[in-house]
Design a protein around this ligand. Sequence first.
Ligand code: PGA
Length: 257
Amino acid sequence: MLVILKDNYDAMSREAALIVVDRLRKKPNLVLGLATGSTPLGLYRELIRMHVDEGLDFSKVVTFNLDEYVGLSPRHDQSYQYFMRENLFKHINIPQQNIHLPDGMAQDIDGFCDWYESEISKAGGIDLQVLGIGPNGHIAFNEPGSSLGSRTRIKTLTENTMRTNARFFKDILEVPKYAITMGVGTIMDSRELLLLANGAGKADAIRAAVEGPLTGQCPASIIQLHRKTFVILDREAGCKLSGSYPGTWRSSFLLDR
Ligand code: PGA
């Protein structure tokens, strides 16, 4: 695991973009796993900027998103389809047929989840998966208590996550109770992971994920078993990491583990 500590959100986002762009230049048909939420917005803005200013080419990229709310149509402004379209896809030259998100309106959810897994396999597996982390240590909608070997499936959101996400809805009663999410095992099959976190609200979850025991109570702690993970943090999100690491705060310092 490589933990990269940056001074602020913009620097965190630029660092993440450098890794994505490096992989994209090496492999134009990169299979890229994407996340929603406030954390990756800066990364997506930087990718859009590089597409517009420098001609960064997404024409061969294939994407798979982590999750989607059950019951929200792609037109709903809180669906993750909508989020991805507005915040990334409509600004870059990715062909529509290369974009994959779980279908929150699927009638046969179990059948859809199996199909999603097989599409990931058919694409050759995910090369680089972008991840956020919940204050409770979830990755995608793999809430505490999730099986660490799980595959894409339907999950019930915890009350904690529903409360956290209620800020995007008019009322907490409107927050969907279920989501389709890649499993922890699906995420772990990605060849590289890029986990981003910013803000003091993520400091406990990051400490648990990076330094705590490996446990389904903090699904993100599974990254300790992954062969190639980057954890990029701003100062606040990294502030509870143990002081026993070498080095002090600089514009960036690397912890190789
Ligand atoms: P956030 O969500 O990026 O909006 O903080 C991350 C998550 O819950 O996984």
